[in-house]
Design a protein around this ligand. Structure first.
Ligand code: GUN
Length: 290
């Protein structure tokens, strides 16, 4: 029997469609005297962070928002860092701001979400915004973490049902795993949150309808984690490099492709969805100013 062909859950059609809506909203805000503006605080010269922030800036400018990357030296003191962030947050000329992570070692202990005014918190890391997630927020009109929000948008676009489905999330980070589990719960999924101390991860993944990997481990998930049904969907959040220096996700794409109903590619899957959510959060924050 010829292998069933899996749907490649690309972000490109979603981004294309959404850009038109973002441009409309941005235009309407401008007519009301508001130019949506974002400030990105980038500390040091982490190569991945430089690329990510550049991509974010380019995307904001595509639909008519303004975005400035404020570069700070990796050896600035904690006091200078806190003062700089405070002055950007208090500046009335922007609607959204965030600190790109990771921070250099001597600043790592700082809870950056708490430095940002919840109304400008386009990352959704401030306690007030996290509390909204706990209370049941589904993500349409609130500032919630970008990658989880983007995953919901992608499932919605490809008609991947979440309600009453078994979803296994692998990874318990503050940026993806934990908020993802909460957001999925708000969308009526039954969620299992797995992590590095989970025993027999296959037991969980084999019985899942949807598997979301966010662990930063190249090609970790393979056919041995899957059921024989070929009905499972896989969402790969990982951005890693394999042994040949080639970009890859947390999933061994070619190993699983003939055994799933659908899978997000890396690149071209969840990365652009995260940036799309950031843009939606910025316009939400700017609209809230009206
Ligand atoms: N570094 C990797 N992902 C993110 C993110 O979503 N927000 C911030 N601020 N930094 C990141």
């Amino acid at each position: 029997m010829a292998p069933q062909s899996a749907i490649i859950l690309k972000s490109s059609p979603i981004v294309k469609e959404s850009l038109e809506q973002l441009a409309q909203k941005s235009k309407s805000l401008k007519q009301q005297g508001i130019v949506p503006t974002m400030k990105v605080i980038l500390v040091g010269d982490n190569p991945a962070s430089i690329i990510y922030t550049r991509n974010k800036k380019r995307f904001m400018e595509k639909f008519g928002a303004e975005c400035e990357i404020i570069k700070l030296s990796s050896d600035l003191t904690e006091t200078d860092f806190l003062n700089k962030v405070k002055s950007i947050v208090e500046d009335g000329n922007n609607h959204g701001c965030f600190v790109q992570l990771p921070l250099p070692k001597h600043l790592e202990h700082i809870d950056v979400g708490e430095l940002i005014n919840p109304l400008k918190d386009v990352d959704g890391f401030n306690k007030a915004n996290i509390m909204n997630l706990y209370k049941g927020e589904k993500g349409e009109n609130a500032l919630i973490p970008c990658t989880p929000k983007g995953i919901i948008t992608l499932c919605d676009y490809y008609n991947i049902e979440l309600s009453s489905k078994k979803v296994v999330v692998i990874g318990r980070s503050l940026i993806v795993g934990k908020p993802m589990s909460m957001l999925l719960t708000n969308h009526n999924a039954t969620v299992t949150l797995c992590h590095s101390k989970t025993i027999n991860i296959e037991e969980h993944t084999k019985s899942a309808d949807i598997i979301i990997t966010a662990i930063g481990s190249p090609k970790f998930l393979n056919q041995s984690h899957l059921s024989d049904s070929k009905k499972q969907y896989i969402i790969d959040v990982g951005i890693n490099y394999d042994e040949n220096g080639k970009l890859c996700g947390d999933v061994d794409f070619h190993n699983v492709i003939d055994h799933v109903a659908g899978i997000t590619p890396v690149p071209g899957g969840i990365g652009p969805m995260t940036i799309l959510s950031l843009a939606q959060n910025l316009l939400q924050a700017a609209e809230n100013r009206l």
